[in-house]
Structure formats: structure tokens, C-alpha cells
Write a protein that binds this ligand. Structure first.
Ligand code: G3P
Ligand code: MG
Length: 225
């Protein structure tokens, strides 16, 4: 079972910050997940639509200027990092799952993955790009057909893993609240991996293992490594 640090080691440091990424690397994870959104011609590593929960700022992230976002406190004195800043500190040392949080992210992420391969030592096989925004994921696939896709779902689809198959995904990434043995078997029959979010307790980990899940996103990678 692969252990993927969710928003970095976000149970041990402010989520999606450089500190959370550094903590995950120190723990020796083989993969880190983060969320990206576009604002003012930049890709920001941030989960929520609004700034209030995770920063001292206000408003919708995508409507803000670079100058405003750069000076916010994202917890423990950390700033909201750009995707490039996170890529620089990881520098090919583990896999990176980049979740496209919304529209207008696919083109910029495709360009930045190419640049990171040229300048930071990443290989195409170290990326997984995922999204709940399936049109954006399909757009990304046309730009980087060599990169693995993670098809995200927060529910149990009528046709099980069919949507992920149709997207040409490498993995079906599903919510712990909806994953079941039938979904896992259907995904596996289609040649898809199954990755489940968010698993922070051993009891849940054991349930996932018994279903044959291939990987988990966790805020506490220290508990499973
Ligand atoms: O990619 C797994 C997980 O991060 C998806 O949900 O809302 O935590 O980004 P969310
Ligand atoms: Mg995410």
C-alpha cells in the first residue's frame, strides 16, 4: 500500500505549506499530494476556495492579486507557496500528485511539469495529476498524454469506475466514505489503481488493506511509515 502525504504532512504542519512538504520528505514518503489553484497568472498551492480557514486573509483565492496572496500567513508564519516553490524543494525526491482544484489550471500545470523535468530533475513518471473537475483533467491529458491521471470522485458513481476508464486514468481516487469492495474490484478489472482519501487511523487503514486498496492519502504519514 502506497502512503501519500495529503496536502504535505498536513497533520504535523500547516496544510499545503513548504513546512508540510519538508516534513513529509523528512518522513521519507514516496509521494506527496497537493492542491493547486490559479490566480493572477500564478499557480498557488491551496485547498479551499476561500482564504479564511487557512490564512489571515479574506475572500476567494482566485480573485486575489499576487501581492495580496504573497503576504498572507498560512499558519506558523508560512506563506501560501506557489507550485514552483514546492517543486523546487521536492526536486524529484518523491512522486508528486498535483490536484487541479479548478478551471484554468491544466495548461499552466502542463507547462510547469515540463519545466520541472528540465530544471529540477523530475521525470514524467513521478507525476500524477488528479481532479474532481473531469473536463480540466481531460484537457490536461491532451497536453501531457505521458503523465498518469487520477480521476477523483467524492461519491459512488452509478457505473462504478467507468468514468475513470473513460478519462484514460491510471487511478481511481475515491473518498473513504464511499469506497467499497465492489468499486475496488471494478476498478481493478479495468486496470485502474485505487487510492483512497483521507485515512489517518490504523483501523481505517486495515479496512482499506482488506479491500485491496493500492494507496492512501493521509495527513499523518508518520503513523503508517
Ligand atoms: O486527492 C485526494 C484528496 O486531496 C481529494 O480531496 O478535498 O482533500 O482535495 P481534497
Ligand atoms: Mg487534494
Amino acid at each position: 500500500m502506497q502512503i501519500i502525504a495529503h496536502r504535505g504532512a498536513s497533520g504535523l504542519a500547516p496544510e499545503n505549506t513548504l513546512k508540510a512538504m519538508a516534513k513529509a520528505l523528512t518522513l521519507g514518503v514516496s509521494a506527496i499530494e497537493l492542491d493547486v489553484q490559479a490566480a493572477d497568472d500564478e499557480l498557488w498551492v491551496f485547498h479551499d476556495r476561500r482564504l479564511e480557514r487557512c490564512t489571515n486573509g479574506k475572500g476567494v483565492l482566485t480573485e486575489q492579486s499576487r501581492a495580496y496572496l504573497e503576504q498572507l500567513d498560512a499558519g506558523e508564519g508560512e506563506v501560501i507557496p506557489t507550485l514552483w516553490q514546492v517543486m523546487e524543494i521536492i526536486a524529484g525526491r518523491c512522486e508528486l500528485h498535483i490536484e487541479l482544484k479548478g478551471a484554468d489550471t491544466a495548461d499552466a500545470v502542463a507547462a510547469l511539469t515540463r519545466r520541472a523535468e528540465a530544471e529540477l530533475g523530475f521525470t514524467p513518471g513521478q507525476w500524477v495529476v488528479s481532479s474532481f473537475h473531469h473536463p480540466e483533467l481531460a484537457r490536461f491529458a491532451t497536453l501531457r498524454p505521458d503523465i498518469r491521471l487520477g480521476a477523483l470522485t467524492a461519491n459512488l458513481p452509478l457505473n462504478l469506475a467507468q468514468f475513470a476508464d473513460e478519462l484514460g486514468a491510471w487511478s481511481l481516487n475515491c473518498d473513504v466514505d464511499f469506497v467499497d469492495r465492489i468499486l475496488v474490484e471494478d476498478a481493478h478489472q479495468r486496470g485502474l489503481r485505487v487510492l483512497v482519501y483521507t485515512i489517518d487511523y490504523h483501523e481505517d487503514y486495515e479496512k482499506m488493506a482488506s479491500m485491496g486498496v493500492d494507496g492512501i492519502f493521509t495527513n499523518r504519514p508518520d503513523r503508517f511509515l
